[in-house]
Design a protein around this ligand. Structure first.
Ligand code: NDP
Length: 283
């Protein structure tokens, strides 16, 4: 058998619970196949009580890294050898990378979002409204703050979670920001440039509208929704009807996947292949 033939593949994957509805594996495998990479991505259901044992097993098997999803994004930190800059700021990890035998936590969600936002607008100097204060809002708002936005309004239902995010932004970044309680249909202030839904409102099967006063969405605003299933949400439909520029969540998913693959393998993969796969799933 010629020496260049190998049946061994590098292993990567994800840990989460539940994970049955997480499309990352098919998206990443599409890129591996397209680029003929000897990599396997394995979706693994790991309950919280088994996280440490699962991580030990993964290290023993020499994984190049893995994604972490709900409920492990914070809990995994205690087992890692270190954190990258974004993960340190966000205090959450969604991508672990093996570097010289050490497992380092990174956060690629915010970078993924910023990269897709660049397709429609620059963020520097802009006034931004963010709905939500959970993990996704935290990743997106920290990365936007680092990119130099002018002002950020966090709109959230629970004030405790909202305050925690506001404190983090004020402590760790220089961004000007405020917290607004979400009462009824939110009126987007005049002068807002970018509006982002970082909540799970609109996620299938509960495909409902985000409570926003539609009349305050104006032409010239960029309106983004992080929801991937379905990609074209009621919120984006309403924004389109008002002449806003809209951005779906698929770009963020694809871009954070691209960053992860680059970290694990050094390969810059074609995002179009990954987007096509996601669009096939959620058509
Ligand atoms: P979390 O559970 O951490 O946060 C959920 C957020 O949604 C909270 O701010 C919560 O508010 C708010 N929320 C949920 N339901 C309602 C409601 N009925 N009314 C008002 N607010 C509500 O989830 P994540 O931040 O991790 O994820 C949020 C969504 O982002 C996910 O559903 C996912 O679809 C999407 N996402 C997309 C990614 C992509 O690559 N495109 C990546 C990551 C996430 P409260 O604090 O009051 O409970």
């Amino acid at each position: 058998m010629p020496k260049e033939i190998t049946f061994k593949k590098e292993l990567v994957g994800n840990f989460g619970y539940p994970v049955w509805d997480n499309p990352t594996e098919v998206m990443v495998e599409a890129a591996f196949a397209h680029h003929k990479m000897d990599f396997d991505y394995v979706t693994t259901e790991v309950r919280s009580e088994n996280l440490k044992a699962a991580f030990e097993g993964l290290k023993a098997m020499g994984y190049k890294g893995f994604n972490c999803t709900i409920p492990h994004k914070v809990a995994i930190i205690q087992y890692l050898d270190g954190l990258g800059e974004s993960a340190t700021l966000m205090e959450a990890v969604n991508c672990v990378v093996e570097r010289d035998g050490k497992y380092i936590g990174e956060n690629t969600d915010g970078k993924g979002f910023l990269e897709s936002l660049k397709e429609v607008t620059e963020s520097t100097g802009k006034n931004v409204v963010i709905f939500g204060a959970g993990g996704a809002a935290r990743a997106v708002s920290v990365e936007l703050a680092l990119s130099g936005v002018a002002h950020m309004i966090i709109v959230n239902r629970s004030q405790d979670r909202g305050k925690a995010l506001l404190n983090l932004l004020r402590k760790k970044t220089k961004v000007s920001c405020e917290l607004v309680p979400w009462l009824g249909d939110y009126e987007v202030p005049n002068g807002t440039d970018i509006v982002i839904n970082c909540t799970s409102i609109g996620l299938s099967p509960n495909v409902v509208r985000v409570p926003v006063d539609v009349e305050t969405l104006k032409e010239g605003m960029v309106v983004c929704d992080l929801i991937v299933n379905p990609p074209y949400t009621p919120f984006l439909k309403e924004a389109d009807s008002k002449g806003c520029t809209t951005l779906d969540g698929v770009g963020m998913l694809v871009n954070q996947g691209k960053v992860g693959i680059k970290y694990w393998s050094g390969v810059e993969v074609d995002g179009a292949v990954m987007r096509k796969k996601i669009e096939e799933i959620y058509k």
